[in-house]
Design a protein around this ligand. Structure first.
Ligand SMILES: [Zn+2]
Length: 216
């Protein structure tokens, strides 16, 4: 899943208003923020396989450290503890932990059975990416709900916040459309060329920070 993850981060603002949207975006995308780093380091692997699924041409052949259920639960726990230490809020800690774990849940829905449960062994996935219609309807649907819930929890009072927020949402939508309907990566694309651009997700975190920043 792609923008569906951001929907969870946006929706979580209501449960944890203390947390800047940047932190909620780090939570919902933590696995995909770690993944390109591990691929660039040669620890995890990815390749292009046009028969992988209808939606994505990527074969996530080995990514147990960023995407196994075991590691996800560990990241959720660590992240929750850090948030608790910094913000002294149990609700914020639990919310961010659940948001971290939600990434695996949504990936489980969309990926073919390539998500490891542990560091090796059985892999799972319900394969919604095999249906373009289901993917687009579900993902855009939850994204719209996420945006709606965020705006209810954190109304955009200033013109500046409106501009930053809506430009970020538009960017995510354009990137999503490009991902789904744009040209697919050539078969011989090296893993670094797949993981490198994925690092740009950190930019969205920065964008979110400014879109959620209140003028005191
Ligand atoms: Zn992922």
């Amino acid at each position: 899943m792609f923008i569906g993850h951001f929907a969870v981060g946006l929706a979580a603002k209501k449960a944890a208003p203390k947390l800047n949207l940047a932190l909620l975006f780090i939570s919902c995308q933590l696995l995909d923020l770690i993944w390109p780093v591990l691929v660039l380091m040669g620890i995890e692997s990815v390749s292009v396989d046009h028969s992988a699924t209808v939606v994505t041409p990527f074969n996530f052949s080995h990514y147990p450290y960023s995407h196994s259920l075991l590691m996800t639960l560990l990241y959720a726990l660590i992240f929750g503890v850090i948030v608790f230490k910094v913000f002294k809020s149990k609700t914020a800690a639990i919310t961010s932990g659940v948001v971290v774990a939600s990434h695996w849940g949504l990936d489980f829905l969309t990926h073919r059975p390539d998500l490891p449960l542990l560091l090796s062994g059985q892999k799972v996935g319900l394969g919604m990416w095999n249906s373009l219609t289901a993917t687009v309807v579900v993902e855009l649907g939850i994204f719209a709900i996420g945006v709606f819930l965020y705006l209810k929890a954190s109304p955009l009072m200033t013109r500046k916040r409106k501009q930053i927020f809506w430009s970020m949402i538009s960017f995510l939508l354009v990137a999503y459309i490009g991902n789904i309907w744009g040209p697919k990566a050539p078969i011989d694309t090296p893993p670094q060329a797949i993981a490198g651009p994925a690092l740009s997700m950190w930019l969205i975190v920065l964008w979110a920070y400014f879109s959620d920043k209140r003028v005191k």
